[in-house]
Design a protein around this ligand. Structure first.
Ligand SMILES: [Zn+2]
Length: 431
């Protein structure tokens, strides 16, 4: 299938085209340029709307979708108590039906927010086998998104070899796809025994990247120092787990040496400032990450679905942390967004983040009517102050129109939300 979107403002990643067109063939972009030089048939007139590359979310938890509005007894004094009183209760109650509907609702919400690709960290300890396939079938095969999935291996209730097997099976089945892929999911150092890390190391074999929470709460780092005589990243390194393209989510309490190790081993730190502030666990220090050479991608830890909030909170958190209004510029924002594309490129073997021939046709169409001049130079300022406040009109993923004029085309969203309310009600009563 080939088509051309025309009369659009286009941010290509390398330039800003005031009035341009983009041609898509099958899953990729084949041509982009100015309308002055376009003489073929236009299939969709965008009437001045903005086209830019769709977003990547580098760390999320689709399984938390049905928690919106849920009420549990909640009086945590530490981060671990937040996990025990809320998330570990929820994930234990999830079966196939709840996982599937969480995935469909999450897909709808991500699509409305211009997200094409997610790196999901899944947990459902009482329904492990086949859980990643359920997510992939719903979000990738049906909804049309791209996803890199893993299952959260943890020893919190004893060793579960089947969690590692689920990761390894899914990785194997999806390793050649540009739409879905797998990683080896680990919860966090403080819930993982040496034996489990040993088994994980055998499965990864220095090749399959891990996706793990690192020093989100201070207790994770203290546990590693006190019980394993090493800091978290050093502990993982002992087991040869610092595999290229691994994701280390949070890294709030790591030291410079750990950041340098992550950087040396070509890993990615995924930051999630909204979630961190909600849990009151601290704020990641991007200046320190940058100083030590680490790549930093942007996730949201399952806190909502909108990168607009994440981008804004990221910038605000850094200014607040450093007590400096210049601590995080629009070029730092651009670096974080680009690192997220790089992460997706490395996992899915497709080119993302630019609107250029040969790149994936993952395009976001936004109803942005700038009130001031917009150029390549000030594009990220427009993004920060204006574009992120503007609704996404349409989303194309791998060339497929998954949403047009605010309406999802790949499934019946109304029906999904109705079913979801019914299943969530049943889930909450069961917890
Ligand atoms: Zn997380």
């Amino acid at each position: 299938m080939a088509y051309t979107l025309g009369n659009a403002m286009i941010y290509t990643g390398d330039e800003f085209i005031e009035k341009g067109y983009v041609t898509v063939e099958d899953e990729k972009i084949t041509d982009v340029g100015r309308m002055d030089f376009f003489h073929n048939r236009m299939d969709r007139d965008l009437n001045g709307k903005l086209v830019m590359p769709a977003w990547v979310n580098a760390h999320t938890h689709v399984y938390s979708t049905l928690a919106t509005g849920m009420s549990v007894e909640f009086h945590p004094m530490t981060f671990t108590e937040i996990l025990r009183q809320l998330w570990w209760k929820l994930d234990k109650s999830l079966g196939a039906e709840e996982i599937e509907i969480s995935a469909m609702v999450a897909a709808a919400n991500f699509i409305h927010n211009g997200v094409a690709t997610i790196f999901d960290h899944h947990s459902s300890p009482n329904h492990i086998k086949g859980s990643l396939d359920i997510l992939k079938k719903a979000m990738v095969d049906l909804a049309g998104m791209r996803g890199v999935f893993c299952f959260e291996t943890s020893d919190r209730d004893g060793f579960q070899m089947n969690a590692l097997e689920e990761n390894a099976d899914f990785y194997e089945k999806n390793k050649d796809s540009t739409h879905s892929s797998g990683m080896i999911g680990l919860h966090a150092s403080f819930t993982l025994s040496d034996e489990t890390l040993e088994r994980t190391s055998e499965i990864c074999d220095g090749k399959i990247p891990i996706h793990v929470h690192v020093a989100e709460g201070i207790e994770d780092e203290l546990d590693s120092i006190n019980n394993h005589n090493a800091r978290i990243i050093e502990r993982f390194d002992r087991y040869n787990l610092l595999i290229e393209n691994s994701i280390y989510a949070h890294c709030i309490h790591v030291n410079d040496e750990e950041i340098r190790l992550i950087s040396k081993k070509n890993g990615f730190i995924a930051v999630n400032p909204q979630s961190n502030m909600n849990n009151a666990v601290g704020i990641p220090d991007l200046y320190r990450f940058k100083k030590n050479g680490a790549k930093v991608a942007l996730g949201n830890d399952g806190f909502g679905f909108s990168p607009a909030f994440d981008l804004r909170l990221l910038a605000l958190s850094q200014k607040h942390l450093n007590e400096d209004p210049l601590a995080f510029s629009s070029s730092s924002l651009k670096d974080t967004v680009n690192a997220s594309y790089e992460l997706a490129i490395n996992h899915l073997g497709e080119k993302f983040g630019k609107i250029k021939p040969g790149f994936a046709a993952d395009l976001s169409v936004i109803d942005y009517a700038p009130a001031t001049p917009i150029t390549f130079k000030n594009f990220y300022d427009h993004l920060f102050f204006g574009i992120t406040e503007t609704p996404i009109n349409s989303l194309y993923i791998a060339g497929k129109p998954v949403m047009i004029d605010g309406e999802i085309k790949t499934f019946d969203e109304r029906e999904i939300r109705k079913t979801s309310r019914r299943i969530a009600d049943k889930l909450w009563k069961k917890m």
